[in-house]
Design a protein around this ligand. Structure first.
Ligand SMILES: *Cc1c(COP(=O)(O)O)cnc(C)c1O
Length: 353
């Protein structure tokens, strides 16, 4: 494992804080070094073009555009779909609502219509409630956005029928649907579903390459060709038009070839982690994919204090609004999960199950 700065990943730490903590493998670095490149913002980078075509097909869409980050995909999509004053329907714990610095409000002038879902999943009734008749008075619902999988819901999966019902409810009212698919490939692998089954039904969708797919940089936003053309204008405006980005696209292509099927290992590791924690009397969210949350109160501890105690025992976690998050990924193997369970057992003074 590569060395890290103090307080981040070191050889002795099992880093369960986030799947963003992956480092490019030697094979990925070789692919990056060998990339053919050109000027991305003039659309002359052949590796970026290849990546965009591949992701568009993967997600059941006509076209796609590469951006440096997932946050920029959400921002560009919101700006492309909406007009100032529009409502954007999201779950209360959506990344768009909680973790993007209010970018939609600042850059697109939208207001978030925040609804309470179940681990991030809401139903068509939320669309119906947010939608107003055409009027200069009632703010108009401009976009419905959902996360597959839902990060702060604990890697939660949208069931296909609920997903379809929300999409149908939005489309019946001529409202576009955007899927934040930062971990859509986790959902695809966990359920054995073709990602186009979700992506092909909506008006924009993106996947992140810097989470479980393990690339250093890149996210790709897909949609109908005319949407992607309009998105390009926003990409330029927000400084997301790049130059020899094929270096980074090569890492993403490598990830599609080598890091998708193995997401099943991350899911198996998280299930083992959840079982082991349950045996220690620790309450967690269900292990749907590669993320779980621990309620520290279930073991009579505070979140920050438990996090520090586990770090001292070689296990790095993150704290999100009072809960401890553990995430499995490319750089955590089955042995790492056992080390983490041993550390939790030692910290709580219980024997590991
Ligand atoms: C990480 C994440 C993002 C942002 O992606 P970045 O590439 O880190 O900018 C957006 N949505 C969800 C659900 C995420 O987990």
């Amino acid at each position: 494992m590569a060395e890290g700065a103090p307080g981040t990943t070191t050889a002795d730490v099992v880093d369960l804080s986030s799947d963003t903590q992956t480092r490019p493998t030697p094979a990925m670095r070789a692919a990056i070094a060998a990339a053919e490149v050109g000027d991305e913002q003039q659309r002359l980078d052949p590796t970026v073009t290849a990546l965009c075509e591949r992701v568009a097909a993967l997600l059941g869409q006509e076209a796609a555009v590469m951006l440096p980050s997932g946050v920029m995909c959400n921002l560009v999509a919101i700006s492309t779909h909406t007009r100032p004053g529009h409502l954007v329907l999201v779950d209360r714990w959506a990344h768009i609502a909680r973790a993007e610095g209010g970018g939609g409000a600042v850059s697109a002038g939208v207001q978030l219509e925040v609804v309470d879902g179940d681990r991030g999943i809401y139903g068509p009734d939320a669309v119906e409630a947010a939608h107003a008749p055409r009027s200069n008075y009632w703010p108009q619902l401009g976009l419905v956005a959902l996360e597959q999988t839902h990060n702060f819901g604990g890697g939660a999966l949208w069931p296909g029928d609920v997903f379809d019902a929300v999409v149908d409810a939005a489309h019946a009212r001529e409202v576009p649907v955007h899927v934040d698919g930062a971990r859509l490939m986790n959902a695809a692998v966990a359920t054995g579903t073709d990602p186009a089954r979700w992506g092909g039904r909506v008006d924009s969708v993106w996947i992140d390459f810097t989470k479980g797919l393990g690339a250093p940089l890149g996210a790709v936003l897909a949609g109908p060709r005319e949407f992607v053309e309009r998105a390009w204008a926003i990409k330029h405006r927000v400084g997301g038009a790049m130059r020899q980005a094929g270096m980074m696209a090569a890492g993403c292509l490598h990830a599609l070839d080598h890091h998708v099927a193995r997401l099943a290992d991350d899911h198996a590791n998280l299930r083992r982690l959840a079982e082991g924690l349950a045996a220690l009397g620790v309450t967690t969210t269900p292990p749907d994919t590669n993320i779980l949350f621990i309620d520290p109160a279930s073991v009579g501890r505070g979140a920050g204090e438990l996090q520090a105690a586990l770090l001292a025992r070689g296990v790095r976690t993150s704290v999100v609004w009072g809960r401890l998050r553990m995430v499995t990924h490319l750089d955590v193997d089955a042995a790492g999960v056992e080390l983490a369970l041993t550390a939790v057992a030692a910290e709580l003074g219980r024997s590991a199950g």
